[in-house]
Ligand binder design. Structure first.
Ligand SMILES: [Zn+2]
Length: 254
């Protein structure tokens, strides 16, 4: 009796498997296939509400592989993904939604110049409340956006060997909404080169407020620069950074 129940179960699963594979082969759209990149640079595929990690041989194993023998085979990082061994657990819709959201966040970080807050608002309004609460560690989301952008822009290796050779990449000369951010540069010929970063909006914000606070930091200075000088506006008790200057010395004189 027990035997027949389990073999019925197997038949049923095989049918489901077949159905899933049929769907996968015919619908290679984003609904059935989401390719995500993990923090460590490997890939994950979300398909039919299961998530797989991909190994070098493009064999996909259930992300819960320590506890689950679910497997699939993909055509590299492209659809289709064919299920080959069954999972021993139910799908976790919420987990899938989180993975898809994170991928969407990454895509928007790469393809837009929107502020992290705008990206988060866009993503969060399209998903369920439970997923929102799982994703609501805003600092983690912000970090994900920033990490993705840093990775995107650092494809070109930093090769400057002196302060004169420093070149601000085009992508970083503008900030959100394409406002100019790389504001002033004393020039490559200046051995005490100073670079100023601010925006038109920030300058008018400075202009409109009397309370300024200037601050120096040495820890985050880029190579060849000794300090970063920051001018803040104090508004409602909080500091709003408006101008950043990279300075080649530690003196207090600008
Ligand atoms: Zn599994």
């Amino acid at each position: 009796m027990k035997q027949s129940t389990s073999s019925n179960f197997k038949d049923e699963f095989d049918l489901i498997l077949e159905e899933i594979n049929l769907q996968t082969k015919t619908q290679n759209d984003s609904f059935t296939w989401t390719l995500t990149e993990t923090q460590k640079g490997s890939h994950k595929i979300v398909l039919c509400s299961y998530a797989y990690t991909i190994n070098k041989q493009t064999k996909a194993q259930c992300e819960l592989h320590k506890n689950c023998t679910g497997r699939a085979v993909s055509d590299g990082l492209h659809p289709p993904l064919t299920h080959s061994q069954k999972h021993n657990h139910q799908t976790d819709i919420e987990r899938m939604q989180i993975l898809k959201c994170k991928e969407e966040v990454r895509q928007q970080a790469i393809n837009t110049n929107d502020q992290p807050r705008t990206i988060m608002v866009n993503i969060l309004k399209a998903i369920s409340i439970t997923t929102v609460s799982a994703l609501s560690k805003h600092d983690a989301m912000r970090q994900l956006i920033n990490r993705t952008r840093i990775k995107k822009f650092s494809i070109k290796k930093f090769t400057a060997s002196s302060i004169a050779e420093i070149e601000i990449p085009n992508e970083l000369r503008f900030i959100y909404r394409d406002d100019e951010f790389y504001w002033d540069d004393s020039g490559k010929d200046d051995k005490n080169r100073v670079i100023l970063f601010t925006t038109k909006d920030n300058l008018s914000f400075l202009n409109d407020h009397q309370d300024w606070y200037a601050d120096r930091t040495f820890d985050i200075s880029p190579t060849f620069f000794k300090q970063i000088y920051i001018v803040h506006v104090i508004k409602n008790g909080s500091l709003n950074p408006c101008v950043y200057a990279t300075l080649p010395t530690k003196t207090k004189h600008l």
